[in-house]
Design a protein. Structure first.
Length: 95
């Protein structure tokens, strides 16, 4: 994953084309510029330039996605945080 100067987030998913694998960047559509990205084992957290936080991926028993359930999220969802954040980080199974 990478964040561009324009705040767009790109991922390089493994894609199979006929008999070969290709890596082609795909933009994650958010509608808000991102300033930082952090990745855990099966989930990712994004920090928007305005201080909002988004999370997506596999939700395990620890609630890494910051939601009130344990549903997997294939696309980013906003996390309710009490104030504007300035940094995000992830570990193996925590944010």
């Amino acid at each position: 994953m990478a964040v561009g100067e324009d705040g767009k987030v790109l991922v390089w998913p493994l894609q199979k084309n006929k008999n070969k694998y290709i890596f082609r960047p795909v933009e994650i559509p958010l509608g808000t510029p991102i300033s930082a990205v952090a990745c855990g084992q099966d989930f990712t957290v994004l920090l928007a330039k305005g201080g909002s936080v988004f999370a997506f991926g596999k939700a395990c028993e620890e609630g890494q996605l910051g939601q009130e359930d344990l549903k997997h999220r294939p696309m980013p969802v906003k996390v309710n945080v009490p104030e504007k954040m300035v940094q995000v980080c992830c570990g193996h199974s925590h944010t």
